[in-house]
Design a protein around this ligand. Structure first.
Ligand code: DX5
Ligand code: ZN
Length: 213
């Protein structure tokens, strides 16, 4: 299981140190939550701050867009060369086109599904994706309670990936901890995001390791 700590729960007064700490702590990716105050009722960080994150990080960035104007934000963050950019299917009229655009920028495209969104809607684009991110909370804030239906959803997504002979990874984001990690693993999840579980502890490395099962 790969672990992508979300810097949303980090201490932004010492953000560079907080990013270095999770990288030194053995994380696989650094998860960056971009919120525009429109798609979700919260506003986070733009390219100036994410550039500082990229400089402090020794691990690839996983940029999660929670915004209304996806293409604008993709173009804004692309120069920082994240490994992944994920966008919400609920907020995109032309997902197939945007996937191709992200790939043309040399970045791995990923799609995010909110808790209510159907895995079946990915049937004809799953082969174009490098990752699918399933939200296990409603997007907008860290520290929320895990929504257990994502386990069944991840298992269905895994079936679809196998059926279509696709290679997309499955990532789950929200409320992940040492209590639900085994069920996520059994459902076929490859990557977990963990914000408060890692950053609200004294031992980032230990928390990261506890999820790398
Ligand atoms: C929520 C964000 C998550 C969040 C996860 O909208 O996408 O990445 O930071 O935080 P925890 O792990 O605390 O639920
Ligand atoms: Zn996220």
């Amino acid at each position: 299981m790969q672990v992508a700590p979300s810097i949303l729960s980090a201490d932004f007064g010492i953000l560079g140190d907080e990013v270095k700490a999770i990288c030194d702590g053995g994380c696989d990716l650094v998860h960056v939550d971009v919120m525009d105050g429109h798609f979700v009722p919260n506003l986070t960080i733009g390219p100036v701050v994410v550039e500082a994150v990229a400089k402090a990080s020794t691990k690839p960035l996983d940029v999660h867009l929670m915004v209304e104007n996806n293409t604008f934000f993709v173009n804004l963050f692309a120069p920082l060369k994240p490994k992944y950019i994920s966008f919400h299917l609920e907020e995109e009229k032309h997902p197939h086109r945007l996937i191709q655009h992200i790939r043309s920028l040399g970045i791995s495209p990923a799609i995010v599904l909110n808790p209510h969104s159907r895995v079946e809607d990915l049937e004809y684009i799953i082969n174009d994706l490098d990752m699918v991110l399933l939200m296990s909370v409603n997007p907008g804030f860290g520290g929320q309670k895990f929504i257990p239906s994502v386990i069944e959803k991840a298992a269905r997504l895994k079936e679809l990936i196998i059926q279509k002979n696709a290679s997309a990874l499955i990532e789950v984001d929200g409320g992940v901890n040492d209590k639900n990690i085994h069920a996520l693993k059994n459902a076929g999840v490859d990557v977990v995001v963990a914000g408060s579980y890692v950053y609200n502890s004294e031992d980032y490395a230990g928390k990261i390791r506890s999820l790398q099962i």
